[in-house]
Unconditional design. Structure first.
Length: 319
C-alpha cells in the first residue's frame, strides 16, 4: 500500500466516483428506456382499445342502417334506401379498418390472436350487410332470407367482439401492471446502485484519507520527538511510509547527516583550537618565567656594577 503514491490514490478515488456516477446514469438511462418502451405499449394498448370500441360501434351502426333500410323498403322510400346503401358501405369499411388497426396495435399475443380470430367473422358480417342492403334495395319483398343471414352474422360478430373486448381489457391490465413493475424495478435498481456506490465510495475515501493522514501524523510525531530530545542528531525519521512522505523523510535524514558532519567538523576544529590555546598558554608561561629570570640576572649584574663603581671611587680617593 505504501508503494502507491497519494497522487495515484486520489486519481483512483476520483475514477471510482466517476464510475459511480456512470453506474447511476446507466441505471437511470435503462429505467428511462424501459419507461419509453412501456409508454409505447400503453399507447398501442389505448389505440387497440379505441379501434376495438370503434369496430363494435360500427358493428351496431351497420345493423341500425340495415333496419332503417328495411323500414324504408316498407314505405318504398328509394332515396332513403340509397342513402342507407352508402352508409352501410362506409360503416363496414370503417369496421374492417378498425379491426385491422386493433390487430396491428394489440399489445399482447393473446389479444392479437383474439382480434385475428374476429377478422373472418367480421368479413362474413361485412358481406352479409352489403348483401342485405343490396337485396333490400332491389327486392324488398324477397329480402327476408338475406336479413336472416345478416342477423346470424351480426350475433356471431357480437360474440367475437365481446371476446376481443375481454382480451383487450386483460391485455391493457397486463401492460399497466408491467409498466408499474418496470418502474418500481428501475427505481429500486437506481436506489440500490446509488446507496451501494455511495457506501463503497465513503469506505474507500476513509481508507485513502487514513492512508494519507496516518503517515503524516507519524512524520509530525517523529519531528516532534527529535525536537523533544534536545536535538539528538542520532535519531532518524522512518522511511516506511507513503511514497511522498518517504521521500520527505529520506531528504530530511540526508539533511541531518549533513548537519552531523558539520557539527563533527566544528567539534574537531574546537578541539584543535583548544589544544593550540593550551600550547600557547604553556609557551607564554615559560616565556614569562625566562623573562623573570633574565630580569633577576640583570638586577644582580647592576648591583655588581654598582659595587665595582663604588670600589673604583674609593680607590681613586685613596690615591
Amino acid at each position: 500500500m505504501n508503494t502507491i503514491s497519494i497522487r495515484i490514490r486520489l486519481i483512483v478515488l476520483t475514477a471510482l466516483g466517476g464510475l459511480l456516477c456512470g453506474l447511476v446514469g446507466l441505471a437511470g438511462y435503462s429505467g428511462l428506456s424501459d419507461a419509453r418502451s412501456n409508454s409505447d405499449l400503453l399507447e398501442d394498448s389505448a389505440a387497440a382499445v379505441r379501434a376495438s370500441m370503434n369496430a363494435d360501434m360500427k358493428h351496431d351502426n351497420t345493423r341500425a342502417e340495415i333496419m332503417r333500410a328495411a323500414l324504408a323498403a316498407s314505405t318504398n322510400d328509394v332515396a332513403q334506401m340509397a342513402e342507407v346503401q352508402n352508409a352501410v358501405t362506409g360503416n363496414v369499411k370503417a369496421l374492417m379498418d378498425s379491426l385491422d388497426t386493433a390487430v396491428a396495435k394489440a399489445p399482447t399475443p393473446a389479444s392479437r390472436a383474439a382480434m385475428q380470430a374476429a377478422l373472418p367473422v367480421a368479413q362474413r358480417y361485412r358481406d352479409a350487410a352489403l348483401a342485405a342492403a343490396a337485396s333490400i334495395q332491389k327486392n324488398p319483398q324477397g329480402a327476408s332470407q338475406v336479413l336472416t343471414e345478416f342477423d346470424k352474422a351480426f350475433h356471431e360478430l357480437e360474440a367475437a367482439l365481446e371476446k376481443t373486448g375481454d382480451a383487450m381489457e386483460q391485455a391493457a391490465g397486463q401492460v399497466a401492471q408491467a409498466t408499474h413493475d418496470a418502474s418500481d424495478r428501475s427505481l429500486r435498481w437506481m436506489m440500490g446502485t446509488a446507496v451501494v456506490g455511495v457506501v463503497a465510495l465513503l469506505l474507500l475515501s476513509a481508507v485513502v484519507i487514513r492512508s494519507i493522514v496516518h503517515p503524516l501524523h507519524g512524520l509530525s510525531e517523529s519531528v516532534r520527538q527529535l525536537n523533544r530530545d534536545d536535538g539528538d542528531l542520532s535519531r532518524r525519521l522512518s522511511t516506511d511510509s507513503v511514497v511522498e512522505f518517504s521521500n520527505v523523510a529520506r531528504q530530511f535524514n540526508a539533511f541531518l547527516d549533513k548537519v552531523v558532519g558539520i557539527v563533527g567538523n566544528v567539534q574537531a576544529s574546537a578541539h584543535d583550537i583548544s589544544t593550540a590555546s593550551a600550547e600557547i598558554a604553556a609557551g607564554n608561561q615559560e616565556l614569562s618565567k625566562r623573562t623573570e629570570e633574565t630580569a633577576s640576572n640583570l638586577q644582580q649584574a647592576a648591583s655588581s656594577v654598582e659595587q665595582i663603581t663604588a670600589t673604583v671611587h674609593q680607590s681613586a680617593e685613596a690615591a
